[in-house]
Design a protein around this ligand. Structure first.
Ligand SMILES: [Zn+2]
Ligand SMILES: [Zn+2]
Length: 152
């Protein structure tokens, strides 16, 4: 399975500093939620998760922080469902995503680095997004059980 990520606050702050992002506690928290959570959260999910920790946090701050982190190349947008943007850490090994059509969970999957360059040697590849859709093991099991109940 894809390797666990655990960045300390100092490491995150260092990455932000290197990429020219001015530090604030709320920005670090937003970046940490995307970088460490592995949940590929939406802006709304980030806001809901962080509000109890930062009661003064506004949706605008979350959106602005996400746009800034994206512009500075620290995170990237994933548009797996059209019109619904999720966020992922940009500075990591190339990977693809599996989205479960049953529960909506998104799982990182390994992907060989430079895969697009290998297939398209004459092209200047900007970014690669590979999404695979299907059922996760939990939902697959549930589906089987449901089917059995219908049959018997
Ligand atoms: Zn599922
Ligand atoms: Zn991912």
């Amino acid at each position: 399975m894809y390797k666990d990520r655990a960045f300390t606050e100092n490491q995150l702050a260092e990455m932000m500093h290197t990429h020219g992002v001015r530090l604030s506690a709320q920005r670090i928290a937003v970046f940490s939620y995307v970088a460490n959570g592995k949940l590929h959260p939406s802006a709304e999910e980030i806001f809901t998760a962080l509000s109890p920790i930062f009661p003064s946090l506004s949706r605008t701050t979350v959106y602005n922080s996400l746009h800034l982190l994206k512009d500075k190349g620290l995170i990237r947008e994933l548009e797996i469902q059209s019109g619904f943007i999720r966020y992922d850490l940009r500075l990591q090994e190339a990977h693809s995503h599996f989205i479960c059509t049953g529960c909506g969970r998104i799982t990182d999957m390994p992907m060989p680095a430079g895969i697009a360059d290998a297939v398209l040697p004459d092209y200047a590849v900007g970014s690669v997004d590979v999404f695979i859709k299907g059922l996760c093991p939990d939902c697959k099991g549930r589906r089987k059980k449901d089917l059995k109940q219908i049959i018997y």
